[in-house]
Design a protein around this ligand. Structure first.
Ligand SMILES: Nc1ncnc2c1ncn2[C@@H]1O[C@H](COP(=O)(O)OP(=O)(O)OP(=O)(O)O)[C@@H](O)[C@H]1O
Length: 249
């Protein structure tokens, strides 16, 4: 992992303790201690309905736990007008991502933090994302006309350009053909090389698991954490994906 760490830019992290979430008085899951930090690449596994999306929404500050505490370290102080203190720290990318009305090009450039990169670097990064996601021929298409796989590629390309420090990807390669899967795996690998903290959910082991270094498993309504990541049969795909793109910056 090529995460570079400068002492004046502390690693950002999110810490959850004694977490418990219930819906309609029914326990969904509990967890004693979860730590998600820049540089972590976590494979989040669980059966359908076990609570993977719910956990990611909790860590993104989109919903609140029934019990427990979620805190963050290393982020810039919260703007006074933001009431939910966890919101906007870890970015949650939904399985069916929200895209803006307008073209693919517009979606790639709108709402990016203009201060984060110098204009030349920003342009270069956008070009590289277009290339990685193979969106060149689709740039002037309306985003609403894209297929499911293309939408996912666009959403991950957009996240890759924005360079969040912590990113959670909900089933990023489900319902994708092999070609789109390979492109998305290459982009996720680039995010990993850049030191982005990643949580990647799937209900089954798949090519993604080869990229992961930790395993969180929602099983019997508890989140089990481990450094042993189960590997899948189609690892070969991931290795052949590795990776035709060098580190970008
Ligand atoms: N706001 C809510 N109110 C009531 N129940 C909810 C709410 N949000 C989620 N649930 C329920 O919690 C359970 C877990 O949902 P969640 O989407 O987190 O599971 P998941 O592991 O991501 O599933 P999948 O693999 O099918 O995407 C489901 O039974 C869902 O219906």
């Amino acid at each position: 992992m090529t995460l570079s760490h400068h002492s004046d830019t502390p690693l950002v992290s999110i810490h959850a303790t004694n977490l418990l979430i219930t819906f309609n008085q029914q326990l969904l899951f509990s967890a004693d201690n979860l730590h998600f930090s820049q540089g972590d690449v976590i494979y989040l596994q669980g059966d359908n309905g076990s609570g993977k999306s719910t956990l990611m929404k909790l860590l993104a500050g989109l919903i609140k736990p029934s019990q427990g505490q979620i805190t963050s370290q290393g982020f810039a102080p919260q703007a006074w007008w933001r009431s939910a203190s966890m919101l906007g720290k870890a970015v949650y990318l939904h399985q069916h991502p929200y895209l803006f009305e307008g073209s693919v090009r517009y979606n790639l450039t709108y709402a990016l933090d203009q201060r984060a990169l110098a204009p030349e670097q920003r342009k270069k990064r956008i070009q590289q994302a277009i290339h990685m996601a193979q969106l060149t021929d689709l740039l002037d298409h309306d985003a609403s006309d894209l297929s499911g796989g293309e939408r996912q590629r666009l959403a991950i390309a957009r996240a890759w350009i924005a360079q969040p420090k912590l990113l959670m990807l909900d089933e990023p390669i489900s319902n994708m053909d092999k070609h789109s899967q390979r492109l998305v795996l290459a982009m996720i690998n680039q995010l990993k090389q850049d030191g982005t903290g990643l949580i990647i959910s799937s209900h089954q082991t798949c090519g993604l698991t080869a990229l992961c270094q930790q395993h969180w498993h929602i099983k019997q309504r508890t989140i089990h954490t481990s450094i042993h990541v189960p590997q899948s049969d189609d690892l070969h795909d991931t290795h052949t994906t590795e990776l035709h793109y060098g580190t970008s910056n």
